[in-house]
Design a protein around this ligand. Structure first.
Ligand code: WTA
Length: 650
């Protein structure tokens, strides 16, 4: 995230909104239901965040207690110094005496098959893998492992086995191309890759091992590929090991070792405005505390809940709210490997009824797609098990919010609209469902212990309803620690825009009640279906094609996906006749090959030249207007040659 900002994000906004008080049937059972004492706790936590977090940290298991709660050497934050912890122990072993037979995961495949794992079974599977990694491969604390897997229990088993032995995992979403996988594996020096031969989605089989093989061929650090064979006829190549054979002879118990609270738990690569994706580094103790506390308070977790977060583990939402935050609370989660609208648009509702899901956490893009498919798919199902709904990843428009509330939640389920980022590790702004009155489209207020603010260009707090930049004033436990191998970019990207404040890259305003309304990115990051992409990354992919001289990518508002990807391309004159239609197909395929299908441009426009200022900067604002079919607005006097924005093909 860099410091490029656009003026449009800081306009003043006025909104009229309905307010929904928490429904009585929810409040009467809620974990946090006394508004007055919650408000007092919240106020106190704003004055003294350390005190709040320190108290919450007592509920985790520590092998040794910390001596210092927080150390801040700007911009580097460390929490629970001297404390020794094991994240996997907190997620598994700690629960065994009281709930070993409780389900940790219910997995459903797209074909309807179901697999379940109790906490005891999960512990045993994790132990076997941890033992094998230590005994057979000699993996040790400080090593790094890549995970490129479909959403099957083994993916979670791999995460926990790594956490258990102090190996940092780096999960790469199994929709990224082999080139993206290679870049991430090389950057993190991974010694091993966990994968499966196949994944299943929308009735199709994805050949994951092929992608992994292409990547590994160029990754000297990788010594072993561990393959979960879902097709028994899959042949293994050199340095590939069959998962089941690898673990079969290992003990089903494993003694977890204590690690420093600051020991890195994982790296997760995410897009910024410049350069290649950056490796966000998360800690053990602080991260676990952030996700465990927020999961419990925001999802109001109870012993009998069946919780379903539809995210893939390849994203931060999967890390924090499919795995660590939920297991730390001993909760039961459903995971589903497949598309929520396959083979029919009501699949998601069918699954909720089948497994009696009580809490659903999904993205606005998905909600809008369900809404578009039609109410009939929803009302066909009872959905009476649902008691709480969540939204994450992008702003939710009030229409989608209302539909989610009325049609899915039948007006009786609060909606927690949760704002956070890969960097924040855990949710920072969200309602607490039993006490926070809701306003459709607002993530409401910061979580206790989170000191959020909205500031203007000069870093001064904005007046109510004045648009500005969302910042965090005080470090929090689950904050990213740095960028892997790149502390300078960490400082520059997050801590240089406003002195002493963490800059989120989002534009927002706050209303008279202190409710936050987040508008989305003010930098060159775009959010397509809740997936974060850097426009620069897509531009680099485009210019690596021989027929492209220059490219600029912008986001265009999209009713369904939030934003869609529009690329402006100046073709290179090769002397050959240009067949625009073929080139469009070729360039889309090229981007898919370079990054992955999620970065495929929705539209490519060819121009003779790109609009630039006299100093050579591409005028993105103008391209954004062009992409969304708007009149070109604002000042174009600095444009080098306004006449040259000529679209060759529309
Ligand atoms: C956006 C996803 C509005 C925001 C957890 C942020 C949201 C980026 C919300 C981070 C929300 C996430 N309302 N915008 N409730 N949640 N965002 O790293 O622009 O994939 O900066 O983390 O998503 O995306 P990331």
């Amino acid at each position: 995230m860099d410091n490029k900002t656009s003026k449009s994000s800081i306009e003043t906004v006025m909104k009229e909104t309905r307010v929904f008080s928490p429904p009585t049937e929810f409040t009467s059972q809620a974990l946090i239901k006394d508004s007055k004492s919650y408000q007092e706790l919240w106020e106190e936590s704003q004055k003294n965040p350390e005190k709040f977090w320190q108290k919450e940290a007592e509920s985790l298991h520590w092998f040794e207690k910390w001596h210092t709660t927080h150390e801040w050497k700007e911009p580097f934050s460390r929490w629970f110094l001297g404390g020794k912890i094991n994240v996997a122990y907190n997620c598994l072993d700690r629960h065994l005496p009281t709930q070993k037979d409780k389900l940790a995961y219910i997995w459903e495949g797209e074909d309807g098959s179901v697999r379940t794992l109790t906490f005891q079974q999960l512990y045993e599977e994790v132990s076997q893998l941890a033992n094998a990694l230590e005994n057979k491969l000699g993996l040790k604390p400080g090593d790094t492992a890549a995970i490129y897997m479909p959403l099957v229990p083994e993916a979670i088993i791999a995460m926990l086995a790594c956490a258990r032995i102090g190996v940092a995992h780096s999960i790469v979403f199994a929709g990224f191309s082999s080139l993206s996988l290679k870049d991430r594996v090389l950057d993190a020096d991974c010694k091993i890759i966990f994968t499966a031969d196949l994944g299943y989605r929308r009735g199709q089989t994805l050949d994951l091992k092929k992608i992994v093989r292409e990547a590994v061929a160029e990754c000297p650090s990788v010594q072993t590929t561990l393959i979960l064979r879902r097709d028994p006829t899959t042949q293994l190549s050199k340095n590939e090991i069959d998962w089941n054979t690898f673990v079969a002879d290992q003990s089903r118990t494993h003694k977890a070792q204590p690690f420093d609270s600051e020991h890195p738990l994982f790296y997760l690569y995410t897009s910024g405005t410049t350069g290649k994706p950056k490796g966000i580094v998360h800690s053990s103790g602080g991260y676990l505390l952030g996700v465990a506390t927020t999961a419990k308070w925001i999802f109001d977790l109870k012993d009998q809940d069946i919780y379903w977060c539809t995210a893939d583990i390849g994203w931060i939402t999967g890390h924090s709210y499919v795995v660590y935050g939920l297991l730390a609370n001993g909760a039961t989660s459903l995971i589903y490997e497949g598309a929520p609208m396959h083979p029919q648009a009501g699949r998601i509702w069918e699954i909720i009824d089948k497994h009696k899901v009580t809490i659903l956490y999904t993205a606005p893009t998905a909600i809008r797609a369900f809404m578009r498919a039609g109410d009939e798919y929803v009302i066909k199902h009872s959905l009476k098990s649902l008691r709480l709904l969540g939204s994450v990843g992008e702003p939710i428009n009030p229409e989608a919010w209302m539909w989610y509330h009325q049609i899915v939640g039948k007006g009786k389920c609060p909606i927690v609209d949760t704002w956070w980022q890969t960097e924040t590790g855990s949710i920072l702004i969200s309602p607490i469902p039993g006490v926070t009155p809701l306003k459709p489209g607002s993530a409401t207020r910061p979580f206790p212990g989170i000191v959020a603010d909205i500031v203007n260009e000069e870093g001064k707090t904005c007046a109510p309803n004045e648009g500005g930049y969302l910042v965090i004033r005080h470090p929090w436990p689950s904050m990213l620690r740095t960028l892997h191998k790149n502390p300078e970019r960490y400082k520059e990207g997050y801590w240089s825009r406003f002195k002493g404040l963490y800059f989120t890259g989002d534009g927002a305003h706050r209303d008279e009640q202190g409710y936050f309304w987040i508008k989305g990115r003010v930098d060159d990051v775009i959010n397509v279906s809740g997936h974060r992409l850097g426009t620069m990354e897509i531009e680099s992919a485009l210019v690596s094609h021989p027929r492209v001289a220059e490219a600029a990518v912008v986001g265009r508002p999209d009713e369904l996906k939030g934003q869609s990807i529009v690329a402006f391309v100046t073709p290179r004159d090769s002397g050959e006749k240009l067949d625009i239609k073929i080139l469009v197909q070729e360039l889309k395929a090229h981007v898919v090959n370079e990054i992955g299908a999620l970065a495929r441009p929705d539209e490519i426009k060819f121009t003779k030249t790109l609009p630039k200022t006299r100093s050579g900067k591409i005028m993105r604002r103008l391209l954004k207007d062009l992409a969304s079919g708007k009149e070109i607005s604002g000042d174009t006097t600095t444009l080098e040659n306004p006449g040259l924005i000529e679209i060759i093909e529309s």
